[in-house]
Design a binder for this molecule. Structure first.
Ligand code: NAD
Length: 284
């Protein structure tokens, strides 16, 4: 079998087009331009690229974005002070603190201090709780992007066995949370670094989501023939971007698969813009 390639660039372009139209209409009507404030601490090259891509996407869709760059030596207090300032700024609708932070900083109190109604990443405990209860304010961008891709491809999750590899707060756990919601109706298994015989579990997956952070962790023989494979991983190997799935071998087994790059990544950005627009709408 040769899999259909799920084109995240194409799907995200149509999502961004929709967001641009809605933003223009909202701004004309309310006089308010949705505004994302991004905070970047230190000089991590990958983070710089991610933030730049987010800023560019904002500009193209008519949203305002402001980048706050802090040095790698920034203290916890300085970072918390900046978040407090952005929380209080009525012209800012969404706040994004780019992760990972330098090792001496603790991300938990920083993310907890973002006003929940400006938490466009959907990481605040209040927003995680609302999402899990099925009454979301902001959906976390990457898992939301994955759900949008499945929807676009008419891939139903209802009654399917979805296996998520990874249990991070950013991807794995919220991904499982969305798949199990009423309406999505998947039966979900979460695998992680302590899971025994992971291949035996992934081979049962109708939908397999890999969010591991290990290049080509998922091999072709770990995939059930006909499964849908979503590769969230972004790993740099010799200056090349590689996913968590061994793409060529997986494409032989799967019925549909996302590539890296050009898969989940562009969807994450589109969902961030969507949340920023929603935050602006909720603020007026
Ligand atoms: P993380 O390091 O926080 O979590 C990785 C998870 O993988 C952990 O829960 C761990 O239990 C699990 N894991 C590690 N080794 C394992 C093993 N041997 N077997 C089974 N499970 C194992 O990473 P994360 O933030 O969840 O990100 C995962 C990947 O997704 C990374 O490559 C990251 O760059 C990428 N990512 C992509 C996007 C996007 O927009 N496409 C967004 C966020 C993260």
């Amino acid at each position: 079998m040769s899999a259909t390639i799920i084109d995240g660039k194409l799907i995200s372009a149509s999502a961004r087009q929709q967001i641009a139209e809605e933003t223009a209409a909202f701004t004309t009507e309310s006089g308010v331009t949705p505004h994302l404030a991004a905070v970047l601490v230190g000089d991590d090259p990958a983070s710089q690229v991610y933030v730049r891509n987010k800023e560019r996407a904002c500009e193209k869709c008519g949203l305002k974005s402001t980048l706050h760059r802090l040095s790698a030596e920034t203290t916890q207090q300085q970072l918390m002070d900046l978040v407090a300032q952005l929380n209080a700024d009525r012209t800012v609708h969404g706040i994004l603190v780019q992760l990972p932070l330098p090792n001496h900083l603790d991300s938990t109190p920083v993310l907890d201090s973002i006003r929940p109604d400006k938490d466009v990443d959907g990481f605040h405990p209040e927003n995680v709780g609302l999402m899990l209860q099925g009454r979301p304010r902001f959906l976390p961008c990457t898992p939301h992007g994955v759900m949008k891709m499945l929807e676009h491809e008419n891939i139903s999750t209802a009654g399917k066995h979805a296996v998520v590899i990874g249990r991070s707060d950013i991807v794995g756990k919220p991904m499982a949370g969305l798949l199990v919601q009423k309406g999505a109706d998947a039966t979900v298994t979460v695998c992680h670094s302590r899971t025994a015989d992971i291949a035996a579990i992934t081979r049962q997956a109708d939908i397999l989501v890999a969010a591991v952070g290990i290049p080509e962790f998922v091999k072709g023989d770990m995939i059930k023939p006909g499964a849908v494979v979503i590769d969230v991983g972004i790993n740099r190997v010799n200056d090349k971007l590689v996913g968590d799935v061994e793409f060529a071998a997986a494409a032989e087994q799967a019925s549909a698969i996302t590539p890296v790059p050009g898969g989940v990544g562009p969807m994450t950005i589109a969902m961030l813009l969507r949340n920023t627009l929603e935050a602006a709408k909720q603020s007026v």
